[in-house]
Design a protein around this ligand. Structure first.
Ligand code: ADP
Ligand code: S3P
Ligand code: MG
Length: 185
């Protein structure tokens, strides 16, 4: 049902660091028979195989954001993909013109959940050497109005598995897609 309605249109997962975009996106791709692309992984390849942390440190955030936009502009030319974005993709206005090529799904979790998941993380440069909870709260406050522009908001609750979240997304997609809306017939 959901697969028929989508007609190959890409799904973009947006939301805060740690909410599970990469983990859930991979599963969602498998369930839908779609390919899976992680924008961070593509940025690392485009950046010569350097990690996100190295690219942040060497390029600085503005140039990282440019590279991220460039990658997104290339990825959105393809179809039948689930695309896990980086949490900051929503900040660049121009990225919305690429995201709107597909259906945008916001994974939304509390700062407490994000904090617990990222407590030991060393791969998110924005969370190094800071009060993690305060930083996540600050970023969420800055970005919430942007995440709200998604077509579909999925609340991620404590204890829900990635599988359960993927199922929830698949179940809710029809509510934002009317039959025929994406048809080219
Ligand atoms: N539903 C979930 N329940 C518990 N842990 C999760 C869940 N989804 C993701 N995780 C874990 O949380 C961390 C962040 O997940 P990730 O998919 O990288 O998030 P994002 O791409 O949104 O930053 C990883 O360690 C991942 O294994
Ligand atoms: O929120 C952000 O600004 C970032 C999120 C990260 O991706 P995830 O959301 O997949 O963790 C990664 O792009 C980078 O560390 C910056
Ligand atoms: Mg990710």
């Amino acid at each position: 049902m959901t697969i028929d309605l989508l007609k190959g249109v890409n799904l973009y997962l947006i939301g805060m660091m740690g909410v599970g975009k990469t983990t859930v996106g991979r599963l969602l791709g498998q369930h839908l028979g779609y390919g899976f692309v992680d924008i961070d992984t593509c940025v690392e390849k485009a950046g010569g195989g350097k990690s996100i942390t190295e690219l942040f440190a060497e390029l600085g955030e503005p140039a990282f954001r440019q590279l991220e936009s460039q990658v997104l502009s290339q990825v959105c030319a393809f179809t039948k993909l689930v695309i896990a974005t980086g949490g900051g993709i929503v900040v660049q206005q121009q990225n919305w013109s690429y995201l709107h090529h597909g259906l945008i799904v916001w994974l939304d979790a509390s700062v407490e959940i994000l904090c617990a998941r990222l407590a030991e993380d060393t791969t998110r440069p924005l969370l190094q050497n800071v009060d993690r909870k305060a930083k996540l709260q600050f970023l969420l406050e800055q970005r919430q109005h942007l995440y709200r522009q998604a077509d579909l908001r999925i609340t991620v609750n404590e204890g829900e598995t990635p599988e359960e979240i993927a199922t929830k997304i698949i179940e809710q997609i029809p509510s934002v897609l009317k039959p025929g809306v994406l048809s080219t017939e």
